[in-house]
Design a protein around this ligand. Structure first.
Ligand SMILES: [Zn+2]
Length: 331
């Protein structure tokens, strides 16, 4: 079959036009092959947590018209397209599970004002940070699974007022969150909480603040738990320093630290190994973070500051990125 000369010339012009369009598109997108800075910095200095991670593949940056070129065409910019067509770095192949502590009827810790009125409660703040962290991680190419994305109980049997007054409310709810993380095939779990303190005589703990990070040592991945805990701890401390606040370091602690004195060791349900209490344990490394005390005079205000919350989310994302890069902070 031979084409009419006019049609053939039209087709050639169209192809050239498409090729030129492709070049312009690449120039606008920038160079997708640029290397992320984070990997180089992190390997030499464990304190320099990565602020950048591989970017997502952007399908719009791929010059599509290449396939339409045929050998019969005159020399075209095909050769110059090649280097620009280098694919973007692959997204992180990891699923990160974020658990905003408490929710629904479980308000968590509460902050009261001078008139003894509740100003806000923990479950609100953990969700705010959790959602910011989700967005931050997704922008860096991670897959993210949230245990909750709103103000509700996660366990189906506790929804819509179910399980009211149940003595094992926390156990049911926590097990549901572990089950969700396991079912999602999570590679890493971060449970976000906020601390609180009240003196035994009922006075507000306005002067009691600090950061705590919990992990479980008694797991097959106990070393990874500890490594992740130190990364989270340091990243969050640095985040507060950015705001000129030197938070009190209350340590990277084993999750049995919270056990009542003179009683058997109790692990945190989200982190601990299998036991009569923890029937289906979490199957991935994880950490429970208590970055500040909402009952503290200053920290309680920082917990409501959108800039602080956004910076916290970046700190967590940096720690997560460093964990997957294999950074060992050597506490
Ligand atoms: Zn909590």
């Amino acid at each position: 079959m031979s084409w009419h000369p006019v049609i053939r010339r039209g087709a050639l012009l169209l192809l050239l036009y498409v090729v030129v369009l492709g070049l312009v598109a690449c120039a606008i997108e920038g160079n997708p092959g640029s290397t992320p800075v984070a990997q180089q910095e992190v390997s030499s200095n464990p304190h320099a947590l990565p602020s950048a991670t591989p970017t997502l593949d952007d399908p719009t940056s791929t010059p599509a018209p290449k396939a339409t070129l045929t050998p019969t065409l005159p020399p075209t910019p095909t050769a110059t397209i090649e280097p620009i067509a280098t694919p973007s770095p692959t997204p992180w192949p990891y699923v990160v599970v974020i658990d905003p502590g408490h929710g629904g009827r479980d308000l968590g810790a509460r902050r009261f004002n001078d008139e003894r009125r509740m100003e806000y409660h923990e479950s609100t703040v953990t969700l705010e940070v959790g959602l910011l962290l989700r967005d931050e991680l997704e922008s860096r190419g991670f897959q993210v699974v949230m245990t909750r994305e709103g103000d509700y109980e996660v366990a189906p049997e506790l929804r819509d007022g179910g399980g009211a007054g149940a003595a094992d409310f926390t156990l049911i709810e926590s097990q549901a969150r572990v089950d969700l993380a396991n079912a999602a095939g999570g590679d890493l779990l971060l449970s976000i909480h906020k601390n609180a303190f009240e003196y035994p005589d009922g006075r507000r703990g306005l002067d009691v603040g600090g950061i705590q990070t919990y992990y479980c040592a008694d797991r097959s991945f106990g070393d990874d738990n500890h490594r992740f805990a130190v990364l989270v701890h340091r990243a969050v401390m640095e985040a507060f320093l950015d705001f000129g606040y030197e938070i009190q370091d209350r340590g990277v602690l084993q999750d049995t630290y919270l056990s009542a004195p003179n009683s058997p060791r109790r692990y945190l349900i989200l982190l601990g190994p299998e036991s009569p209490r923890i029937v289906r344990p979490s199957q991935m490394p994880g950490v429970l973070s208590e970055p500040l005390f909402i009952t503290h005079e200053v920290e309680g205000q920082m917990a409501r500051d959108p800039e602080v919350l956004a910076r916290l989310a970046v700190a967590y994302a940096d720690a997560i990125g460093a964990f997957f890069l294999g950074v060992d902070p050597r506490e």
